[in-house]
Structure formats: structure tokens, C-alpha cells
Write a protein that binds this ligand. Structure first.
Ligand code: UTP
Length: 499
């Protein structure tokens, strides 16, 4: 026995409860703890659903509840393709009108999930605070908030922004918004809500790991925790009361997202879907993107790591990938759909992942493992897909909407994200009739940035920009002081002019 009888007596019912689940070892250092630390540990233990932990632990180690379907059962998901002709573009414009109506009627809320740990990026602070603007250095949070602000101005409506945080980054995220006056949004327009956590389990024994003598190692319960967190915080009911019918959901790490894209909303409305998601064409079979597929007539997501290689490599007669529908984690949920799941007690399943989790060893020393030693348990938001009565998949152009910030270097790093942003803005300038110098291959060789608050369709801006074409150096188009537009033509803001 690793916990002394003295501790068992002292910790009383808590000990009994833990012992019933074989987890009493977390009291091992009880005698060493100060009263405040004991109190902290007790509160943490009380918040853990030990039965759930046991159940999740008994699942197969590789993945979620249930199995990856057999290769022959996996079919491509039907998706609404990008407009390929002027007539189709015209049709999409009609569809976008329906989305705009929903926005104008205040039926849309934006939910941004930002509770992840951002381990791969390794930024000190919440990922949303990372300075990503290619010229301005604006943070991810600022870019997202300004897009919401721009929506409000465009549709003359107050679009609520719900930001999901986790216990570790909640205070820092809130402070960041507060320090920047919510980036122009009203304070009560931004609603923070915290997702839950799950304890990390020892990979061999399924036992809880200690992070300190008075603390169990935990991590956020995955982006799928958004459903429970919205329910528990009463936010779905609030939305319902405020006649919000649609949630536009996206992740903090992708600054290219067209927030509350009216065309996407329009497709969702026309199809009377309960959940919709955007996909891009996978570049290669092994690209690390989850894919939407059809199995037995139902849509579902398969993580890239679970997609059998033979399925990932299947080709169509034209040489394209058969399973091409890579999810970019941009969704629409009907509020009524999520409320129905909540009312029926439906919860999303937990998936397991092997991770390196620092822990306290039997001698009370903190160990940072070099190999995965622990199982982390997470819910994935896309597991709501098969639960929807009707779901829709809509294709988007990756260059316009997808380059997530995941890593410190290499792919999906600050460098690739800033490049993708500059290329996107160059495309906008092209469309506004402003010529931009390109490298061979089509990308721009200098940083470009256009504020989300700027309406490039304004003739005075177009005229002013046309005067300086071709654009062949760094440029920031920013909106200042309500109406003025500042064009900054060097990164260090040496040359500014306002029109
Ligand atoms: P990722 O799975 O890429 O994780 O999250 P991450 O935290 O950003 O980075 P790593 O894996 O630790 O390096 C995708 C999105 O889902 C959110 C993240 O904030 C990000 O926007 N997320 C993830 C949550 O909100 N909560 C979670 O528990 C996990």
C-alpha cells in the first residue's frame, strides 16, 4: 500500500472515494501538504468524474469510442463545389443573400475556440495573443475581433463573439482583450467561457498522474468540449432567448477564416442543415487533415491518423484524390441542434492520444518524459456530425481561407501563415484593380496587409491605390480614426498617408 493508514484516516471519505476507483495514490503526499494545498487538491479531486475517467481509460488506446470503419465502407462525402463559371458565381451570390439576411436579422453568433495549449507553437501566452499580422503584427485575437466588428458595421447588427478558453489561459486571454479595449467591440459583446479539463492518465496503469504533490495533471478536454461548455454556461439558452439561431464556429489559429461567411450561411440555410462544415481539397494522401466521408449513408469525420492508407491513396479517373474533403474546422451549428443534444443528454465521445506529460515520480521528483507516457482524453467537435439530422459539406479555396498556425517553424508556422495572408491580400488588391508584383509561382515577395475593418470597394481607396501601382513593396492598409484610411508603405511605418 502506498498511502499510509494515517492519511487514509485524515482524508476520510475522499480516500474512500478514490480507493473505489483505484486512484488513492494521489493522496500519497497528503502529510507533506500545507492546509491551502490540501484544500486545492480536494477541490480538484471533487471536480473529477472518476467514473468517466475509468470508462475512457477502458476504451481502446488507439482512438475514440467505436472503430474506424472498414476501408470498403468509406465513401467520398458529397460536397458543394466552388463556383466554376460565371453562372455558378451568380447563383452563389443569390445564396449569399440569404446568409446576409440572417446576419442582418441578428440570427448569427460567432464562437471562437481558443482553449488549446498550443504546445507545438511554444508561444508564451495564449495562442490568440500571438502577433501574426504580416506588417502590423496584430495578434490573432485582434484580427478575429476586428472581423466581428466589421460584420457588425456591415450588417448594422451587434454580432456576439463567444471565446472559449481553458483554465490555464482564461485569465491571460481575458486580460489581453481588456488591455486592448476589446479591439473596439463592446465589452458585453465578448463573452468568455471556460471549457472543462480531463486528467492525464498513466499510459501503463490508467492511474491519474500528479503534476505536483498537491496537483493532478490535467489538460483541456478538446475542442469538442465547446458543446458542454456552452450548455453548462447557459450560453445556448442565452442565444435562444436572443433569437440567435446559428453559431459560426472556428478555431483561433487560422487568421484567414471568413468569419460568418454569408455564402456558407446561405448554403446552410438553403439545405436546412443542422450542421455544416467547410472543406478544402487535400494536397496529397498523407496530408495531416481530417477528412469528411460517408459511411452507411451518414457523414462522419475521420482523423488523418485513422484514415487507412489504402483509402487515402484512392484515385479518381482524373487522377484526383477520391477522399479529398479535408476539414478546415469551420462549422455552422444550429442552436436548436446543440440544445437538442443537450436535452437528450447526448455527449460527444472521448478520443485518446498518447502524449509526453511531466509527472511526479514515486520519490516526489518531477520527471519530463522523452517518450509518450500518458493518455490525454479529448472530445472533438466534429463528432457532432453523425448526430445531425442533416449535415452539409461546402468546398472552399484553401488559399483564401486556410493556413493555421500550429508550429514554431516549418509548415503551418508564422512564416507560412504570414505568407498566406500576404498572398490573400494581394488577391484582394488584384480584384480591386490594383496590380501587385509577384514572384515566379505567384506569391508575393514582401509583406502585405489589409485591415479587416477596411472596405476595399470604396472608390476613393481604389483610386488612391491605383495611383501607386504596381505595388512592389511592403504595404499596410489600415483604417484609422473611424473614417480615415492609412496606407503605410514600409514595415516601420516610415511613410504614411491618409485618404
Ligand atoms: P489543436 O488541436 O491544433 O491544438 O487545436 P493546439 O492547442 O492549438 O496546439 P497543440 O496541439 O497543443 O500544439 C485546434 C484548435 O482547437 C482549440 C485550439 O485553441 C485551436 O484553436 N482547442 C483545442 C481548444 O479550444 N480546446 C482544446 O482542448 C483543444
Amino acid at each position: 500500500m502506498i498511502v499510509s493508514s494515517h492519511v487514509a484516516e485524515n482524508a476520510g471519505p475522499l480516500y474512500t472515494r478514490l480507493a473505489a476507483w483505484g486512484q488513492e495514490h494521489v493522496l500519497r503526499w497528503w502529510s507533506d501538504l500545507a492546509p491551502r494545498q490540501r484544500h486545492q487538491l480536494v477541490r480538484q479531486i471533487e471536480a473529477i468524474d472518476l467514473e468517466l475517467v475509468q470508462r475512457v481509460c477502458q476504451q481502446s488506446e488507439s482512438s475514440a469510442v467505436g472503430q474506424t470503419p472498414p476501408p470498403q465502407a468509406i465513401r467520398p462525402a458529397g460536397a458543394i463545389p466552388l463556383a466554376a463559371s460565371a453562372a455558378e458565381a451568380e447563383d452563389q451570390e443569390q445564396i449569399a443573400q440569404r446568409g446576409r439576411q440572417a446576419l442582418r436579422a441578428g440570427q448569427v453568433a460567432v464562437v471562437l475556440v481558443a482553449g488549446g495549449q498550443g504546445t507545438r507553437l511554444g508561444h508564451a501566452g495564449p495562442k490568440g495573443t500571438f502577433p501574426i499580422g504580416p506588417v502590423s503584427g496584430k495578434s490573432l485575437f485582434q484580427l478575429h475581433a476586428e472581423k466581428v466588428l466589421a460584420l457588425g458595421r456591415q450588417y448594422d447588427v451587434r454580432v456576439p463573439l463567444y471565446v472559449m478558453t481553458s483554465p490555464d489561459n482564461d485569465a491571460a486571454s481575458r486580460d489581453f482583450f481588456a488591455d486592448h479595449a476589446c479591439f473596439g467591440l463592446d465589452q458585453d459583446q465578448v463573452v468568455f467561457f471556460r471549457q472543462g479539463t480531463m486528467p492525464a492518465l498513466d499510459r501503463q496503469t490508467g492511474r491519474l498522474l500528479l503534476d505536483a504533490k498537491h496537483r493532478i495533471a490535467t489538460s483541456p478536454n478538446g475542442h469538442g468540449g465547446v458543446v458542454k461548455a456552452l450548455v453548462d454556461g447557459g450560453h445556448l439558452d442565452d442565444m435562444h432567448r436572443q433569437r440567435v439561431e446559428y453559431i459560426f464556429y472556428y478555431q483561433v489559429d487560422n487568421p484567414l477564416v471568413k468569419v460568418a461567411d454569408p455564402t456558407f450561411l446561405g448554403h446552410h440555410l438553403r439545405a436546412e442543415a443542422e450542421m455544416s462544415l467547410k472543406v478544402v481539397r487535400k494536397l496529397r494522401p498523407e496530408e495531416k487533415l481530417g477528412v469528411v466521408v460517408e459511411v452507411d449513408g451518414h457523414l462522419q469525420m475521420i482523423e488523418y491518423s485513422d484514415l487507412p492508407a489504402e483509402v487515402a491513396q484512392r484515385r479518381l479517373p482524373d487522377g484526383g484524390l477520391e477522399i479529398w474533403t479535408g476539414s478546415i474546422a469551420v462549422h455552422i451549428f444550429n442552436v436548436s441542434f446543440l440544445r437538442r443534444l443537450a436535452a437528450g443528454g447526448t455527449t460527444l465521445p472521448y478520443h485518446q492520444a498518447l502524449k509526453n506529460v511531466p509527472y511526479l515520480n514515486q520519490q516526489g521528483r518531477r520527471v519530463t518524459p522523452e517518450e509518450p507516457n500518458a493518455v490525454k482524453c479529448e472530445m472533438f467537435v466534429f463528432d457532432a456530425l453523425p448526430l445531425a439530422r442533416h449535415a452539409l459539406v461546402v468546398e472552399t479555396d484553401r488559399r483564401e481561407e486556410f493556413e493555421p498556425l500550429k508550429n514554431a517553424i516549418g509548415e503551418n508556422s508564422p512564416e507560412t501563415v504570414r505568407q498566406a495572408m500576404s498572398d490573400l491580400y494581394a488577391g484582394w488588391l488584384d480584384r480591386a484593380g490594383v496590380q501587385v508584383t509577384r514572384q515566379r509561382g505567384g506569391s508575393v515577395a514582401f509583406p502585405l496587409e489589409i485591415s479587416p475593418l477596411l472596405d476595399l470597394n470604396r472608390m476613393d481607396i481604389r483610386a488612391r491605390l491605383s495611383e501607386r501601382t504596381p505595388v512592389n513593396g511592403p504595404m499596410l492598409l489600415e483604417k484609422r480614426n473611424g473614417t480615415g484610411v492609412t496606407i503605410t508603405t514600409t514595415v516601420k511605418a516610415e511613410s504614411e498617408e491618409t485618404c
